[in-house]
Ligand binder design. Structure first.
Ligand SMILES: Nc1ncnc2c1ncn2[C@@H]1O[C@H](COP(=O)(O)OP(=O)(O)OP(=O)(O)O)[C@@H](O)[C@H]1O
Ligand SMILES: CC(=O)N[C@H]1[C@@H]2OC[C@@H](O2)[C@@H](O)[C@@H]1O[C@H](C)C(=O)O
Length: 400
C-alpha cells in the first residue's frame, strides 16, 4: 500500500481530526479559514471551531479574479494561470493563519478546499439541450497541498452534479448533520452573495430535508456600490440604502425574472443577478434616472422580499419553526429589519445560538464534507429528493 493511503487510513482511524475548512464565496471579500476539530460521522458528527479568520483579498487578487468571474467571455490564458495561482495563494494564506495561531502543518490532518467559483450554470439557466448542469471552481488543490504540506480534499461540487444535483447548495449536508434537532423545525438561512436556505424538520427525517438557493443576498448591492462608489466594497451598515426610498416600480421589475418562477430547489449566481440585470429592470420600469440611494434601498428590499418569499413558500404547511441566520448579510441591519418585519411571528436567531460563528459557518461545513469523505458515507438521503444526492464528495490531493 502506498504510504499516502496508509496516512489517510490513519487519519480516518483517529478519534478526532483537525480539518481546516476553506470558503471563498461569491462576494470575493476574502478567504474564510476555519480550523475545526471533528469527531464522529453522520448525525454523530461533532465539530469544535478552534480558530477562525477571514484573510482579506488585496486589490490585485480581487481584480484578477473579477476579470474572469461570472463572465461568458474571458481571457482563457488568465483562467489557466489563475487555477494554480489561486491554489498557491490559498495555501499561502493557510500558512499565514497557522503561523498566527502558533501551529504548524503537522497539527492539521486535512484541508477542505472549496476553491473559487468562477462560473455556475445549471441546465435551467443555460438551457442548452445537449449539456447538463455545470459549475466551475478554480484554485488547484495539488498546488495548495504542496504549498501547505497538508493533504487537501477539494472540488466538492462535481460529484454532486455527476449524481444528478446542480452542484449546490452543498450546505444542506452539513446543516443536516450538525444542526438537525428533534426540539424544533429549523430553517438555516445563509445570506452571502447569494442567499440560500436549508429546511430541517424536527422529525430529523433525512428524506424531508430540503434546500435551495433563493436569489441575491448581497451580490447586487455589492456590485452596485463597487461600480458607483469607488473604494467602497459594500453598503456598510446599509448607510446608502437607509438614505434612500424604495421605488415600487423598480422593485416589481426586479422580481420579474424567470428564476423566481421556477420551483424549488434551484440554484443561481452572479451570472444572473448582476448589474446588467439591474439595468434591464430599470429600463423596464423607466427608472434609469433614479438616484443612487433609492436604487440601493430598492435592491436591499428586493433581496429581503425574495428571502421572505422563499421562506413563506417553503414553510406554508408548518406551524412553527425557528430561523438561524448566517453569512455577511446578517450584518446589514436594514436587510435584517425588512426580513423580521415581514415575518413578525418567527424567531430569527443567528447560528451563534447553535455554537457556530455565523461568519465561519460555510467554511465549517466544508470541513464536515471532508470529514464525511474520510469516515462517513453512511448517512443516506432519499434518492427521489431532487437536489440532495447521497454521494461522497471531494477529490484527494497529496502533498508529496
Ligand atoms: N457591516 C456590514 N454591513 C452591511 N453588509 C455587510 C456587512 N458586513 C458584511 N456585509 C455583507 O456581507 C458580504 C460578505 O458576505 P459573505 O462573506 O457571507 O459572502 P460569501 O461567502 O462570499 O457569499 P456566498 O455565500 O454567496 O458564497 C459583504 O460583501 C457585504 O455585502
Ligand atoms: C456554485 C456556488 O459556488 N454556489 C455558492 C453560492 O454562494 C451561496 C450559494 O451560491 C450556494 O449555492 C453556494 O455556496 C454554498 C456554500 C453551498 O453550496 O451551500
Amino acid at each position: 500500500m502506498h504510504s499516502h493511503i496508509q496516512k489517510l487510513a490513519d487519519i480516518a482511524a483517529k478519534p478526532s481530526r483537525m480539518i481546516i475548512g476553506l470558503m471563498s464565496g461569491t462576494s470575493l471579500d476574502g478567504l474564510d479559514v476555519a480550523l475545526c476539530r471533528l469527531s464522529g460521522e453522520g448525525l454523530a458528527t461533532k465539530v469544535e471551531l478552534i480558530n477562525f479568520c477571514t484573510v482579506d483579498y488585496d486589490q490585485d487578487y480581487k481584480q484578477r479574479v473579477k476579470a474572469v468571474f461570472s463572465k461568458r467571455q474571458v481571457d482563457l490564458q488568465m483562467v489557466t494561470l489563475l487555477h494554480p495561482w489561486i491554489g498557491l495563494e490559498h495555501g499561502r494564506m493557510i500558512n499565514e493563519c497557522l503561523q498566527q495561531w502558533q501551529l504548524t502543518a503537522n497539527d492539521v490532518d486535512v484541508v477542505a478546499s472549496h476553491g473559487q467559483t468562477i462560473y455556475h450554470c445549471p441546465q435551467r439557466q443555460h438551457q442548452l439541450a445537449e449539456f447538463g448542469n455545470a459549475t466551475l471552481q478554480i484554485g488547484d488543490a495539488d498546488h495548495l497541498a504542496v504549498k501547505t504540506g497538508i493533504i487537501t480534499i477539494s472540488d466538492f461540487r462535481q460529484k454532486h452534479i455527476a449524481a444528478g444535483g446542480e452542484g449546490a447548495p452543498l450546505a444542506v449536508y452539513g446543516d443536516y448533520l450538525l444542526f438537525s434537532s428533534p426540539a424544533e423545525n429549523r430553517i438555516l438561512l445563509n445570506i452571502g452573495g447569494i442567499a440560500n436556505l436549508t429546511y430541517l424538520p424536527s422529525s430529523q427525517d433525512a428524506n424531508a430535508v430540503f434546500s435551495s438557493d433563493i436569489g441575491p443576498g448581497n451580490t447586487m448591492m455589492d456590485a452596485y456600490i463597487q461600480a458607483y462608489f469607488p473604494g467602497q466594497y459594500y453598503d456598510r451598515s446599509a448607510a446608502l440604502a437607509n438614505a434612500g426610498e424604495i421605488n415600487s416600480a423598480l422593485l416589481a421589475a426586479l422580481k420579474q425574472d424567470r428564476f423566481f418562477a421556477l420551483g424549488f430547489p434551484k440554484t443561481t449566481g452572479p451570472e444572473v443577478f448582476n448589474l446588467a440585470y439591474l439595468e434591464q429592470a430599470q429600463q423596464q420600469s423607466s427608472t434609469e434616472n433614479l438616484n443612487r440611494a433609492d436604487v440601493m434601498a430598492t435592491l436591499n428590499r428586493f433581496s429581503a422580499d425574495m428571502i421572505v418569499h422563499a421562506i413563506t413558500s417553503m414553510t406554508a404547511e408548518l406551524d412553527q419553526f425557528v430561523i438561524y441566520a448566517s453569512g455577511g448579510g446578517i450584518h446589514n441591519p436594514l436587510l435584517m429589519q425588512h426580513i423580521s418585519r415581514a415575518l413578525p411571528d418567527i424567531s430569527i436567531a443567528s447560528t451563534a445560538e447553535l455554537d457556530i460563528n455565523p461568519d465561519a459557518k460555510e467554511a465549517v461545513l466544508f470541513a464536515v464534507l471532508a470529514n464525511e469523505c474520510l469516515v462517513g458515507g453512511k448517512q443516506k438521503f432519499s434518492n427521489t429528493r431532487e437536489g440532495i444526492p447521497s454521494v461522497t464528495m471531494g477529490k484527494i490531493s497529496f502533498s508529496d
